[in-house]
Design a protein around this ligand. Sequence first.
Ligand code: NOJ
Ligand code: CA
Length: 568
Amino acid sequence: MCNDAPHGEDLVNPAETGPMPAAADDWWRTAVIYQIYPRSFADSNGDGIGDLPGITSHLHELATLGVDAIWLSPFYPSPQRDAGYDVSDYRDVDPLFGTLADADALIARAHELGLRVIADIVPNHSSSEHAWFKEALVAPPGSPARDRYFFRDGKGPDGSEPPNNWTSIFVGPAWTREIRADGTPGQWYLHLFDTTQPDFNWESEEVRSEFDDILRFWLARGIDGFRVDVAHGLIKEEGLPDYTVDRTVDPDGRHTFATTPFMGRDGVHDVWRRWRRVVEEVGADRMLAAEAWVFPLERMAHWVRPDEMHQAFNFPFLETKWEVAAQREIIGESIRAFSAVGAPSTWVLSNHDVVRHASRLALMGENPYGYGLGPKSPGQPDAVLGLRRARAASLMMLALPGSSYVYQGEELGLPEHVHIPDSKRQDPAWFRSGGERYGRDGCRVPLPWKSTAPAYGFSDTGKSWLPQPAEWGTLARDVQAADSTSTLAMYQTALAERAERRLGSGTLRWVDMGDDVLAFDNGTVRVITNMGDEPLPLPGNVIAASESVGATIPKDVTVWVERTVPTA
Ligand code: NOJ
Ligand code: CA
């Protein structure tokens, strides 16, 4: 039963507060931000690895798609042990991806097309190839060069045990012992991720001011903001006490690590206040987005208080099951928690670290964060159901007030590549877990641009750093661009209508259509997602639909219909 409740009455979940209206400077409050994973976007020189000129040559397609900004995963010089999240020089471009001049050209072209550019910045750790870490390795224990990282003596009579029991997020110990020039073992250094990613010591003023300058370097080149990697890390509890994480996910499948001696420490907020001041030196329109895996949302909202960052990725939304009650709860919670500190909620369904939502939403088994999907994973996804739900979820997400993230390839409905041969895998999690975790390669496969070209148009030579699945020809962008029923066409319609109807700065009001239906109003749009077996009568003129609909809305379909009486 549709209950078209007057304002304030009978709301299933009174999440009435939308984000603050966007002033010109506050473009980020409502922006749709497209994540580019440079090594898998487009390869201009045929070496099988995507690069900056490849991105620049395709920016017009993203402008046509209708996004407001792009976020580039790291392109800095790096030994690429963690696909660039191991940075050896924060002020340059890896020759694999191009040159600083290529970065300038990319920024200029994006701005010409009206797209803002957000760079990824990785402050928790550097690469072990960073000049500072190399300097530390040849410096004596207790030296200022070692104080930029965490070097400690080992435990036990001969120092052969790690300084504490912390484990790496990529499995195995979080400490590695240095081997000195004379071949003898020395101190241990901390790395929350791979051995080649030593953690910076953010108690060091030198580290802090170095990063101020790095931000200024990129802001001066025209960068509009930063996506901040591991924004809940950086500060470690004094004394580095032992701590055991028993599970990386809670019983609902959500990420833990929220409060440990190495994550979510209060001291990190001083750093973000400082960064806010640095970005505001250049202009009030520059932004910071936090990758902060802290829960609950009320805590995550601390990262986006008015003098800290601007946005935080809404991972609880991404991790929520495809169920009406769960979706309603998380959406309401998100709007409430972020509004309470004056920030917009963000919405995200996929990124380069998680199983693509066209597979994740139809998984029949448990898949904890970081495990990824491979041929032997339990509960393999159903591809048809996955795509249907992914389209329904995306269309619903794009009608929510706030800012949304789109991960490259989701606009094509790409699924996770489950059948990458073991010999081609690259994720450090795969190696560190001895093959127990497939890791994230399956969501990082190069994009298909042209159905009949070598490597589906990703590179002219047909090279591709990860193999592409045979079925991707039918998902290629050129095929979808010519098909008005494609996933690409759905995204394009949704983004145009979202902009036109200002849904990003709208107000969400729940509509009660029963337990199997997620329904809400935002401005002139009523959004209905049917998750039940019973088809629903279509209540109005269709603006956008995740599948073509007739007189009824079938299961796992979202439609936007015209509201005759817009919400206030
Ligand atoms: C989060 C990034 O998104 C992920 O790809 C990376 O491996 C870790 N941080 C470490 O930098
Ligand atoms: Ca290349």
